[in-house]
Design a protein around this ligand. Structure first.
Ligand SMILES: [Zn+2]
Length: 76
C-alpha cells in the first residue's frame, strides 16, 4: 500500500504538496501494490527551497519503487 506524508515547513508549500499528491500522484498510483512485501511504501513531500516541493520515496523495495516511477514518469 502507498501512503503519503506532507512534511514541509509552511502552509503554502503544504498546499502545493497536496495538489501534487492529488493531481499528479494519487490518480496514477491508485491500486498499486507490491506483490512481495507487506510494508507500506511512503511518499513524503518535503520542501526543496522556499517555493518548491519534491517527493521523497521510502519504498518497501527497489523493484516497487521502479514500478512507481515508471508509472509516474513514463508516457505509456
Ligand atoms: Zn516491495
Amino acid at each position: 500500500m502507498i501512503k503519503y506524508e506532507i512534511k514541509t515547513g509552511c502552509s503554502f508549500l503544504n498546499e502545493k504538496a497536496r495538489q501534487q499528491r492529488d493531481i499528479g500522484f494519487k490518480p496514477k498510483l491508485k491500486g498499486m501494490r507490491c506483490g512481495k512485501c507487506s510494508e507500506h511504501t511512503v511518499i513524503k513531500f518535503v520542501e526543496t527551497d522556499f517555493t518548491h516541493v519534491k517527493a521523497v520515496f521510502n519504498s518497501c523495495c527497489s523493484e516497487f519503487e521502479n514500478r512507481i516511477k515508471d508509472k509516474l514518469w513514463n508516457k505509456n
